[in-house]
Design a protein. Structure first.
Length: 443
């Protein structure tokens, strides 16, 4: 059985989902201008995010019940079909419909991949697999904008959507070969209780997150309404005790959300601050993010080789993220040299590369057999929603403070420091009795 083909197929699929996520952000201004739907611009993003939350909740339960094969292939079909619909769109409404299908399918894929890793790869190889997944997400952010720019100027915006389904066929062929004979079908003998209720709460969570997105521009009533909806719905989708960072899986899910929220809230402001506040060109400002992507990939590689224990990865990574955000926040003040932006974001990216895949490994390690899907779903839902909340709140503070970059980075720093405090709670003995804080030799 060819594990190399399977790994190549999984990494290729992750890369394509990540590439399309980034490509849509680059291409959407051109798309909206041609289709004449600028008033629906935000819905193209928030709609896909909402569908993704529902898909993540459903996909986790589905994978545990029937195995990851069915949600994986359904997700691939939805992801590709949504892209085709968007690429052939003759109106903004049709494009948004495609984005909904794409977001739902991509979410099914992301959850199913975690369960594939749990079922197919031995536990000692999980760090390496998740380091590859992390790199597959980061690399498109570095090379993707240039590729998308070429496609936009030579083939047109439709091919930004239409090329990916063609490339997906290659990943599918590798996956079919790699999954042959693998234990990716079958699961629990009885359906998980409360599935439809979970999906319904997922929909409420998605709606609350979307309201917070819309409210972050100064519509504070929507911001508060969205937060209230999340306060009611989100805890029902996460492990009990997540919001209190109870030791074990709840702390893992909580730390992932805090880390992602702080990072993305800061990252969206980095180019704006460097260009508008410190006078750099878009190209020179973008190099700071590129440096962070490179260090993220390098740290993920170190994590995969288990250079340090998981406990060290979490506290060192969390502390490094805090340091990087602190340094970058200093650039809000004119007396701080602008050159500090590059080492600051390299440091931040390095911390993310240590923390992010380590938490993925711990999620599977702390999951009982048959619960890998629902726990992976919780990890991804928590990450997505915490990120939306962090970005929305910091954007509102930025507006209220009158382009207050310092307010954004100060808030992101506080969030990160909370993560530093709870990081030790994420490392406990696994379900198999292996100390999760110790290194395990790879084979």
């Amino acid at each position: 059985m060819n594990r190399k083909a399977l790994t190549a197929g999984l990494v290729a699929l992750v890369s394509l989902v990540a590439l399309e996520y980034m490509a849509v952000a680059v291409a959407m201004p051109v798309v909206a201008a041609e289709l004449g739907g600028m008033e629906l611009y935000g819905l193209a993003f928030s709609g896909a995010m909402a569908a993704g939350v529902v898909g993540t909740v459903l996909g986790g339960r589905w994978a545990d019940l029937r195995g990851p094969s069915a949600p994986l292939w359904t997700g691939v079909a939805g992801f590709s079909g949504g892209l085709l619909l968007a690429g052939l769109a003759t109106s903004m409404e049709m494009l948004i419909a495609g984005r909904l299908v794409q977001g739902f399918g991509g979410a099914l894929v992301n959850v199913a991949l975690y369960v594939v890793v749990a079922r197919v790869y031995p536990e000692e190889l999980h760090p390496r697999v998740f380091s590859l997944f992390a790199t597959a997400w980061v690399v498109p952010s570095m090379v993707g904008p240039a590729i998308v720019g070429v496609v936009l100027h030579t083939l047109g915006w439709r091919w930004v959507f239409l090329l990916v389904p063609i490339l997906t066929l290659i990943a599918v062929l590798m996956l079919l070969r790699g999954l042959a004979g693998r234990p990716v079908k079958g699961g629990r003998s009885a359906p998980a209780p409360g599935l439809m209720a979970k999906v319904a709460w997922g929909a409420v969570t998605a709606a609350g997150a979307a309201l917070m997105q819309y409210g972050s521009g100064g519509r504070f009533v929507l911001l508060i309404a969205g937060f209230a909806m999340l306060a009611v719905a989100l805890p029902r989708l996460l492990p009990k005790g997540t919001l209190r960072a109870v030791r074990g899986l709840p702390a893992v899910v909580g730390l992932r959300g805090l880390t992602a929220g702080a990072f993305f809230a800061a990252e969206v402001m980095v180019p704006l601050m460097l260009i508008e506040h410190r006078g750099l060109s878009p190209l020179v400002a973008g190099l700071a993010l590129t440096g962070g992507g490179v260090s993220w990939s390098f740290a993920s590689w170190l994590q995969g080789r288990e250079v340090w224990s998981r406990r060290t990865n979490l506290w060192l990574g969390s502390a490094t993220i805090a340091l990087g955000i602190l340094l970058m926040g200093g650039l809000a003040f004119a007396v701080v040299p602008v050159a500090l932006a590059y080492p600051a974001w390299i440091v931040t990216g390095f911390g993310m590369g240590l923390v992010y895949p380590t938490l993925s490994v711990l999620t599977l390690e702390l999951s009982a057999p048959g619960e890998e899907g629902v726990n992976s779903s919780a990890l991804q839902v928590g990450e997505a929603v915490f990120s939306v909340v962090a970005v929305a709140v910091t954007a509102a503070l930025f507006t209220a403070a009158g382009s207050g970059y310092w307010a954004v980075f100060a808030t992101a720093l506080v969030i990160t420091l909370v993560g530093v405090a709870i990081a030790p709670r994420a490392v406990v003995s696994s379900a198999r009795g292996v100390p999760a804080g110790e290194k395990v030799a790879a084979v």
